[in-house]
Design a protein around this ligand. Structure first.
Ligand code: ATP
Length: 232
């Protein structure tokens, strides 16, 4: 269980509160209006933004002050965060060894992950020589080798077309099922929510609401969510 207890997060003049509990193995979509604080919520979980008040608890451990690398989560950003001067394999290897001193065993893990995302034959290329979808796959392979308990995605596939985005979401779904990770994904697309999420965290008016089962919520949204979804 990952718990944000009585938390407040501040970014400049923006403030958001969250008091939520998330279960590993569940897939959460984070939705809400632009500027509501969805990225801020993920950044707070990952440790890129400190909590102004409250605590972050993972199982029994208080990880409020833990550095990002010491937390049980990996974040995948929209731009994939690949280093252009490194090969695809090296970019994936960074997930294991930030100094790139990979052992034979690490290399096997990198190759396994590349195979899993269908990129083994692209291992020696630079990211710039890959298509957008392939770059997303490379970034996913890096998440895969890290094998952390939570995978956080901040609108990761927004730049891809609908078919490719659906394909990537299915791949994410397979990967988190295999690694039994929990997933927390920011998205603006209701069809993504329906495709992948078990639960929805609605962020609006300075608050991250407690998760609710996705299907029921999307079928029968409360007024604020209905307004956001544009359902009248
Ligand atoms: N580094 C920062 N300094 C000051 N204010 C910030 C900073 N980052 C974000 N904000 C503000 O915090 C609020 C929440 O931003 P955030 O990016 O979390 O929203 P979001 O819901 O992810 O939006 P979008 O859907 O447009 O990506 C916004 O009002 C934004 O202007």
């Amino acid at each position: 269980m990952l718990r944000l207890e009585n938390a407040q997060v501040k970014q400049g003049r923006f403030a958001m509160s969250a008091d939520i509990a998330l279960e590993r193995g569940q897939k959460y979509a984070v939705i809400g209006p632009s500027g509501a604080g969805k990225s801020t919520l993920l950044n707070a979980l990952c440790g890129f933004v400190p909590l102004a008040t409250g605590r972050l608890i993972w199982n029994e451990d208080d990880i409020t002050q833990a550095a990002p690398g010491a937390r049980p989560m990996t974040m995948l950003f929209q731009d994939n965060n690949l280093f252009p001067h490194l090969t695809v394999a090296q970019n994936v290897g960074l997930g294991l060894r930030p100094d790139l001193k990979v052992s034979k065993r690490d290399l096997d893990k990198v190759n396994d992950a590349l195979q899993r995302v269908g990129l083994l034959d692209q291992a020696d290329k630079r990211p710039g020589a890959l298509s957008g979808g392939q770059q997303s796959r490379a970034a996913l392979a890096r998440v895969l080798v890290q094998a952390r308990e939570w995978v956080l995605l901040d609108e990761p596939f927004a730049a891809l077309g609908p078919a490719l985005r659906a394909e990537m979401l299915d791949l994410v779904q397979d990967l988190v099922a295999e690694t039994r990770a929990g997933l927390i994904m920011v998205t603006h697309a209701p069809e993504d929510v329906r495709r992948i999420a078990d639960q929805v965290i609605f962020v609006a008016e300075g608050r991250a609401h407690a998760p609710e089962p996705a299907a029921a919520l999307m079928d029968n949204p409360p007024p604020a969510l209905r307004e956001y979804l544009g359902a009248g």
